[in-house]
Design a protein. Structure first.
Length: 379
């Protein structure tokens, strides 16, 4: 799969999302509670500000004004990058909005290039193409084109893995530092790279010093943010201790995975208001993505490189420690080994199975995108 073909895929994906936006603007009532940029800006230019809803609003404010109380949950690299670029391009609200969207979309495209190169190290062209295809059609892939840090994290993580796999450990370590300054789940990269360095030492007899140092350096981004939080708030783990402000389902203490499934199956789902579709849709999307990726985590230890499996497993577990699958359909977007594994499994069946899976993904993507751009919570 070359760059020209990837560009076609990417543009088609963006057109599909734009069509969903147009349809949503005409058919779905506006929910005004968490609109990016506020109601006035949304109504003036929904084609821009509809992609800033929910967390995008927080990133926008942080990029413009810096951190305020209860905003430390959002790691700093994405808003800092927006601020630096917007200061050069356009120091206005609209400028900050457009800058963030450009960074997000560009980062995603660069991440896709890295994913192609990474998957090609081990698998056939068919596996590469299907992995890209499934990622683009995944029900929450619109977040890659929104004012969220998923795209930046995805690109940094993919390229960190690629450089590590190709034995270029210094750039892998540098990118790893940026990964843990983007999202807390970046901590999953640290043990994954340690495992990768051990694999290379055992297989190729590469001296482990630089790979191990590069792997440990991944923690520096997280440590730097923790130091900043300690200075600002007196609590280096403020982002975790205040997680309950993002929903009653979340807990400030550690909750193990079986408890989370128990909550959903026996407490949350039986007590849903089934007359309100957006909540029902998002809840079942959360549980469905949790079940799907749990199966992928287990299967990965039999089908994928161990470093990939470790990253997939820890990237799965870390978001659940707050006691909820809330936002989980978005969090799994960056767990690229899961999409490689889906591609491997689907490649074993007739093309019809891939087509049916893609159509199901596309329908759910259409519903999720349409609700999100009109102000309804998805992930």
């Amino acid at each position: 799969m070359g760059i020209k073909e990837l560009i076609k895929y990417f543009i088609t994906w963006r057109i599909i999302l734009f069509v969903f936006l147009l349809l949503a603007l005409q058919t779905i009532p506006l929910e005004q509670g968490f609109l990016g940029g506020g109601l006035t800006n949304y109504l003036k230019n929904p084609y821009i500000f509809s992609w800033l809803n929910f967390d995008g609003e927080h990133f926008l404010v942080i990029a413009q004004r810096g951190y305020r109380e209860l905003e430390y949950f959002f790691f700093p690299l994405f808003p800092l990058l927006i601020r630096l670029v917007a200061k050069i391009l356009s120091n206005t609200l609209g400028g900050y909005a457009v800058t963030g969207l450009l960074i997000s979309n560009l980062a995603f495209f660069l991440g896709l290039i890295g994913l192609i190169k990474l998957v090609k190290l081990d698998f056939s062209e068919n596996i590469v193409r299907n992995a890209i295809f499934l990622l683009l059609l995944f029900p929450t892939s619109f977040y890659f084109g929104s004012y969220y840090s998923e795209s930046l994290f995805f690109a940094l993580c993919i390229w960190a893995f690629y450089f590590a796999r190709t034995k270029k450990w210094i750039p892998a370590g540098i990118l790893g530092i940026l990964v843990t300054a983007t999202r807390v789940v970046g901590l999953a990269l640290f043990p994954a790279l340690i495992i990768e360095s051990l694999i290379q030492f055992k297989k190729d007899r590469i001296h482990p010093l630089i790979p191990v140092l590069a792997s440990f350096s991944v923690m520096l981004g997280f440590i730097a943010y923790a130091i900043f939080l300690n200075i600002e708030t007196g609590d280096p783990l403020n982002f975790f201790h205040n997680v309950t402000i993002f929903g009653q389902q979340r807990a400030a203490g550690l909750i193990v995975l079986p408890q989370v499934f128990y909550r959903y199956i026996f407490k949350i789902i039986p007590n849903l208001d089934y007359s309100y579709f957006p909540v029902v849709f998002s809840t079942f999307l959360e549980l469905g993505s949790a079940i799907l990726f749990l199966m992928l985590v287990i299967a990965s230890f039999f089908k994928l490189r161990l470093s990939y499996s470790i990253y997939l497993m820890l990237g799965y577990i870390i978001p659940t420690l707050s006691g909820s699958f809330s936002s989980f359909p978005r969090y799994v977007l960056v767990l690229f080994p899961g999409f490689i594994l889906m591609s491997i499994f689907l490649s074993r069946y007739r093309q019809k199975v891939l087509i049916i899976t893609s159509m199901i993904f596309l329908i759910i993507l259409g519903i999720a995108t349409s609700l999100f751009v009109r102000g309804y919570w998805i992930a």
